[in-house]
Design a protein around this ligand. Structure first.
Ligand code: AMP
Length: 235
């Protein structure tokens, strides 16, 4: 039976949230919701939201909370999210985290787990400046560690493999500074809620490593559910 899980992937840019979410969403049959991807689609389709978000993505700053929260609420209301989701890149501020809790509470739900990916900064620079992605299916690549077999062509869908415009050393500095100022406080926020799982994501992950992390994620979620159920039965 598929386990219903609501998971957030937290971590600075380049800690591997997208790559991890890509593997985990397939293994767990959960929709992968990347706010960065949602913004990039809006920009490509030249929607009003895309016009508003464009300048923020280009400079590496965060899109204002009211725009971002509205977009995520709409996405979470779609049918495929009823069985759970993997959020990648949201929340990135405390007001976004509070809004997410409120949206879930309205449905009598709560987050199950926040997976916090940790990588040293020098490795982040190396990863981001060599990062590539398939613009059709979202499969992540890296020029040094796992390039596509054929230059510029996705191994999975044959789509074009490109470098993101904001993956430059200069924009990355702004994105990291923004992360430390606005997103890093979420580590303590979720730690206090007892749903944070830290994971050192420095090494290139193999299918076995992803599988063992998924087992750990499931164990932690089951443990939390059992202790919540026990607390309710004691009331
Ligand atoms: P990402 O693909 O997650 O690296 O995000 C790319 C860019 O999209 C970020 O640098 C921000 O400009 C914007 N963005 C993504 N997620 C959020 C968010 N939760 N809040 C505000 N801006 C975001």
């Amino acid at each position: 039976m598929v386990m219903k899980m609501k998971i957030v992937l937290l971590g600075a840019p380049g800690t591997g949230k997208g790559t991890m979410a890509f593997s985990m969403s397939r293994a767990l049959s959960l929709p992968h919701i990347s706010t960065g991807d949602l913004f990039r689609s809006h920009i490509a389709e030249e929607t009003d939201l895309g016009q508003k978000a464009k300048q923020y993505l280009a400079s590496g700053r965060l899109v204002p909370d009211e725009i971002t929260i509205g977009m995520v609420k709409e996405r979470l209301a779609e049918a495929d999210c009823r069985a759970g989701f993997l959020l990648d890149g949201f929340p990135r501020t405390v007001p976004q985290a509070v809004a997410l809790n409120e949206v879930l509470k309205l449905e009598g739900e709560e987050l199950d787990l926040v997976l916090n990916l940790q990588v040293p900064e020098e490795l982040i620079f190396r990863r981001i400046t060599n990062r590539l992605v398939c613009s059709a299916c979202g499969k992540p690549y890296n020029k040094l560690d796992f390039p596509p077999t054929e230059d510029g062509v996705c191994d999975i869908c044959g789509g074009p493999v490109i470098q993101r415009q904001d993956d430059t050393a200069e924009t990355l500095r702004t994105r990291l500074d923004t992360y430390y100022e606005l997103t890093d406080p979420l580590v303590a926020y979720y730690q206090e809620q007892g749903i944070l799982l830290n994971h050192d994501n420095s090494s290139k992950h193999t299918p076995d490593q992803v599988e063992s992390l998924i087992t750990k994620v499931k164990e932690q979620i089951n443990l939390k559910r059992r202790s919540s159920a026990a607390a309710i039965s004691r009331e």
